[in-house]
Design a binder for this molecule. Structure first.
Ligand SMILES: N[C@@H](CCC(=O)N[C@@H](CS)C(=O)NCC(=O)O)C(=O)O
Ligand SMILES: *[C@@H]1O[C@H](CO)[C@@H](O)[C@H](O)[C@H]1NC(C)=O
Length: 223
């Protein structure tokens, strides 16, 4: 069996979350960069794998899967040596992890893309709107609550929910800094994510490129 191939772009938070999962389970994947700006994702070969033309897309020996929040559980269930990142038999814990994954996809990812990137990219905005700042703070309030009793988003050990939300938060914190007086638990949790041995390579590098891209666009934006 060949190595699974992951198609993505490191500026993308959802791609980076999958790169972190692969590192966390010590899975040897081949990573192939897709250039969205050049339209690589609209080419026939890519559409054959993923008609929705999103990144990330996984090619697991000819079995294709897209949607980072589906890829992460799949990789753990198929390839991880133990199930700590997404427990097989603890129904309640799995459900809570799923809830946080949906929170990431429905709330945090939406804020990253529709709140931050799109206004800058498609409408030449040079600032983040007060509405987005407000919505991001609402998300921080929720996360502070999620972390009330636990070190991680679900319990006291790392799960795929932390890696998904961690990638999004790394981007959001740059544009909407979290007030330490209001969100001490959220900030302490993010320090734990940043301390993961693979964080720098699998998330920080791409996040720096993402932030630079958005800031450069903001500097050019006129509105
Ligand atoms: N919820 C999806 C989001 C995927 C997504 O929309 N990715 C963006 C880049 S961050 C993309 O591929 N956009 C190009 C397109 O939709 O054509 C996931 O987590 O995989
Ligand atoms: C954004 O800027 C570009 C280049 O200056 C211009 O062509 C485009 O019409 C602008 N778009 C909006 C929505 O203002």
């Amino acid at each position: 069996m060949g190595k699974p191939i992951l198609y993505g772009m490191e500026i993308s938070t959802v791609v980076r979350s999958v790169l972190m999962v692969a590192k966390a389970i010590d899975l040897d994947i081949e990573y192939r960069e897709i250039d969205l700006f050049a339209g690589d994702h609209l080419k026939e070969e890519y559409l054959k794998m993923n008609p929705q033309h999103t990144i990330p897309t996984l090619d697991d020996n000819g079995e294709y899967l897209w949607e980072s929040h589906a890829i992460a559980p799949y990789l753990v269930e198929k390839y991880a040596k133990d199930d700590s990142l997404f427990p097989k038999n603890d129904i309640r814990k799995r459900a809570r992890i799923n809830q946080r994954l949906h929170f990431d996809n429905g709330v945090l990812y939406g804020l990253c893309i529709r709140g931050i990137v799109m206004p800058v990219y498609t409408q030449n905005k040079s600032t983040i709107s007060p509405e987005t700042i407000d919505d991001v703070n609402k998300a921080y309030v929720h996360m502070e609550k999620f972390l009330e009793k636990d070190l991680y988003l679900v319990g006291d050990s790392l799960t795929i929910a932390d890696l998904a939300c961690g990638a999004s938060i790394s981007a959001l914190f740059e544009f909407v800094p979290a007030d330490p007086a209001k969100y001490p638990k959220l900030l302490a949790w993010f320090e734990r994510i940043k301390a993961l041995p693979y964080y720098k390579e699998a998330n920080e590098k791409g996040n720096i490129a993402y932030i630079k891209m958005v800031r450069d666009l903001m500097a050019k934006g006129k509105q």
